[in-house]
Design a protein around this ligand. Sequence first.
Ligand code: ADP
Length: 663
Amino acid sequence: MFKKLLIANRGEIACRVATTAHRMGIKTVAVYSEADATARHVAMCDESVALHGATAADTYLNISRIIAAAKATGAEAIHPGYGFLSENELFAQACAQENIVFIGPPASAIRAMGSKSAAKTLMEKAGVPLVPGYHGENQEATFLHQQADRIGYPVLLKASAGGGGKGMRIVERSEDFTAALASCQREAKASFGDERVLIEKYLTRPRHIEIQVFADTLGNYVSLFERDCSVQRRHQKVLEEAPAPGMSVERREAMGKAAVEAARAVGYVGAGTVEFIANQDGSFYFMEMNTRLQVEHPVTEMVTGTDLVEWQCRVAFGERLPKLQHELMLHGHAIEARIYAENPEKGFLPSIGKLIHLRTPAAAEFIRDADVRIDAGVIEGDEITAHYDPMIAKLIVWGEDRSQALARMSAALAEFEVVGPSTNIAFLGRLIASQPFSTADLDTGLIERHYDELFPAAPTPSLPALCLAAVMLTLDERTTAADPWSQPTGWRMNSHLSRELSFSDASGEHVLMMNYEHDSLVFRSAHAECVITDRQRHGTQLSVNINRKKISAHVVRVGELFHVFYEGHHWQLLWRDPIAHAGEQESEAGRLTAPMPGKIVSLLVAAGIVVDKGTPLLIMEAMKMEHTISAPSKGSVAELMYAVGDQVAEGAQLLTFIHQESA
Ligand code: ADP
């Protein structure tokens, strides 16, 4: 076996490849961009080489720098992961020229499958079924229009050189064809430098079903069965599972055979995926072949008990496939969810930011025979940047059957906590539990069609969730407090033993009364009461008794925003600090009052001076935190009631403010 392997990638896939390499006794070399100097994949590998530069073109896409790194470190083979150079025939050739083994198919197979149109022509010859359409050389607009009319609407225009859904246009009617063609060509040219298109019949309610194939250099081909990747947003996968629900033994065999034929037709070696689009009646058509390991390969590993990276290494080394077709069997059901830094509520736009808090469910990392597996390339404190794909992790679960896998996925998602960028975790939870997904009523339009169910109105936080935020707030105040009224037992001064707290979130504003009673904190909302005892905190972990029930939860405070992870929910509760907002509340009255007891630490303006709206007027200190009281509008201070150092009681008038308009 190889002694040393260079991994020409980053993130979770680089970590995942390194894990298998280490298990096989292969030393690993990481390469990294400037942005990734402290990344997890670098730490996981035995050696690392900096690829100077920050852009992908200078680093993970730079063939000569990567080859130089392999030569400098004596790596005998390069694993390209997915994306970046994994489907670049020039890279495969460059490796061959330098006597470095490229862990992937021969350059000729990459080329043959690189163009969707050329691949279709090849597949047609090999007898693999194709979606009715046109994928020929003639790109003349009127000719293409005639072809679309012949195929019958709706049709789908695709960029021949395409990928990632770019250039794809659905055309519903003949009269829309010309404009759609021009726009598809423009996007194809801009994205791939190649404006050629192909036309397919647009299937309604199709499923995306793909077959994992493998081949060795000795002429053995196998199918490792199918994955269903129908649940997509923006033509990109969100959930993947194996086996495909409802797949009959006969159809599995037929699809496996077609996929193996496709691989054989191009002299394939290594791991590849043949993607099909399937009708609800089960008829299926070739879409394209991906000549690399796919993001979603773990579901196949789980149901076949294989390690596909190990297979890749063995095949690249010249060994026979570890298992032949008759030795491969399906066992149980696996589902993968891609945890993305993105905002589902805002059209799934990517989100960026530091992973301030990251807690994952109990899981094995990169291990094929776990019930819950996480493949992640980041740890808490890492940054999700705009440079790379915003995937945080892949969460993969296995169950004896689909319903057990669903239950495990729901439970694992409920334990996945992220503070920092927005994520799709809550959305994934709703998707897994949704009626269409849980009953396997799958097709590529599932998310759009069930939009209302998947995006319900924001739920109202329970009183315990609000209490957890409030308790964290009081504990924060205790650790920073020295004044007698802010001691842990309550606000002694002026006999303030009761306090109103207000939090807001997407569901509205939530007001609760907090009372100190003996050793307990008692919270009351309009409908419920919670008695809290035994408050304990370790960092972000809060342990309390709520109504005599012991609970533990993470509460992460970022400024005035409290992230409460409780009962599988991520509540984001914005505390309305009454002192900070005193100006706003009192602006109409012209009296600015202290809604909480505190001390005047600074007076910033003298009476009579005209100030603009928002100008800081005075600073109060409460709970050892400073709060600025600002001008509610343009105007002037008529009178200041207190001097620096004075203690003020709740509700005391601090100053009189004259609005400019009324002055
Ligand atoms: P890309 O390579 O750009 O990702 P694909 O050809 O793999 O494009 O298609 C991506 C997705 O688009 C498919 O998974 C499917 O959801 C949808 N799609 C592709 N072809 C068709 C078709 N003929 N009819 C309906 N949907 C399709």
